[in-house]
Design a binder for this molecule. Structure first.
Ligand SMILES: Cc1cc2nc3c(=O)[nH]c(=O)nc-3n(C[C@H](O)[C@H](O)[C@H](O)COP(=O)(O)O)c2cc1C
Length: 392
């Protein structure tokens, strides 16, 4: 078996998989069930001084061709009190002392509020503080969440306040809804952040009901902007993880759209030491961890890699700024005999490319190498994998 354990600011994780701060970490009972299933760590649902009163409903499926490809939510923080959470944190730590449990805390930019929250969860035995300065909905109008995380100065200020009372590592959960996440990450680091986490949900408007022309999710005939999560946001999340890892060198906990073990390897390759999962657990349950652990283990064994640590950040040196991208090698599309002449590539190349492909239904298509500009659109639409990009 490959060694899947990782160290994160002095915390030992038996494996890098953590439950994100979300409904699957709503109570001690739920977190303990996840730990029993094999999760390496967890972040509590965000804890504020005032328990939340949530909208009903507050989740919206993002559907493409009858399949859920993402989820929108307008959920707020925990509905439990700080005292409830002190009891629940102690309960989890007593049953699973070896499994890192982080408390997600959030409040408006008021020094004593952040410090009260930090002290309360530390007393209960938490292993790290995850500062939620990134929730995009509901909270910003109260000066909370992304209201703080979209402002580098405020982010640094909150970190500095918490640092004064922190006895455990501080992890800042950053929002992708900014123009330069690296700039915000640096402000957090300069003020004492021990580690970073990203992404929280991507701000979005989830859809419109065609019968009533009401935006979704509709509550009492109206809706609002919410947080978009799940598979569709993975490229945004990978970009954010890579940017903050490169800009700061701090340990990063990466998340956003992780649905498979392959996704977890990608997150680690671009700099995540631990990975977190929210939406996929809501859709598939805690037992998905078995697939994740088996998949990563088999991958490492196949590659002859003894420790998962070896892949952390391995792709980072290969991410360059656009001007550093090479114009060589040049590549052209080449089709093989498996082509069944469906002509999807002909249409795509005709109307979205360079008019380089021709053919008749049911026969192998012809690609004109002179006209082909190597964009790879044909390869993307080919349902059989018959087209490859071949270096000239
Ligand atoms: C219903 C729901 C509730 C969430 N609540 C919180 C929260 O309380 N605190 C927080 O930091 N993030 C919260 N998140 C964001 C997730 O932790 C995570 O950052 C985001 O969903 C992206 O990961 P995913 O695609 O794996 O879900 C919530 C997400 C969802 C879907």
């Amino acid at each position: 078996m490959a060694n899947l354990s990782v160290e994160f600011v002095g915390m030992h994780f038996p494996n890098p998989f953590m439950l994100a701060s979300a409904p699957p970490t709503r109570t001690a009972e739920m977190i303990k069930k996840a730990f029993a299933a094999g999760w390496g760590g967890a972040v509590t649902k965000s804890i504020a001084l005032e328990p939340a009163q949530d909208l009903q409903p507050r989740l919206q499926p993002i559907v493409h061709r009858k399949r859920n490809i993402g989820m929108g939510n307008v959920e707020l923080t925990t509905q439990m009190t700080v005292a409830d959470w002190q009891r629940d944190i102690a309960e989890v730590k007593s049953d699973y002392p070896d499994r890192p449990l982080w408390a997600s805390i959030m409040d408006a930019p008021v020094e004593k509020n952040w410090q009260r929250l930090a002290e309360a969860v530390q007393e209960a035995g938490i292993d790290a503080l995850e500062l939620n300065v990134s929730c995009p909905h509901g909270m910003p109008s109260k000066g909370m969440g992304a209201f703080i995380g979209q402002n580098a100065e405020l982010t640094g200020q909150v970190v500095a306040w918490v640092k004064k009372v922190a006895k455990v590592p501080i992890v800042i959960k950053l929002t992708p809804n900014v123009s330069d996440i690296a700039f915000i990450a640096q402000a957090a680091m300069e003020n004492g952040a021990d580690a970073l986490c990203t992404v929280n949900t991507v701000s979005g408007l989830m859809g419109v009901d065609l019968d009533t022309l009401t935006p979704l999710p509709a509550v009492g005939g109206v809706s609002t902007y919410g947080g978009y999560s799940g598979p569709g946001i993975k490229p945004i999340a990978l970009r954010c993880v890579a940017q903050i890892a490169k800009a700061t060198g701090l340990p990063v906990s990466g998340l956003g759209g992780l649905t498979t073990w392959q996704d977890s390897v990608e997150f680690m390759a671009v700099g995540a030491t631990t990975v977190q999962v929210g939406t996929t657990v809501m859709w598939k349950g805690y037992d998905i961890i078995e697939e994740f652990l088996q998949g990563v283990n088999d991958y490492l064994e196949d590659k002859g890699i003894a420790e998962v640590n070896e892949i952390i950040g391995a792709a980072l040196p290969k991410i360059v700024e656009f001007p550093e991208m090479p114009l060589d090698p040049r590549a052209k599309a080449v089709v093989d005999d498996s082509c069944n002449g469906c002509l999807l590539c002909v249409v795509a190349c005709s109307d979205g490319g360079y008019q380089a492909i021709s053919g008749v239904k049911g026969e192998v298509v012809t690609i004109d190498g002179e006209k082909c500009d190597g964009c790879s659109l044909c390869m993307m639409v080919c349902p059989l994998g018959s087209i490859t990009m071949t270096p000239e």
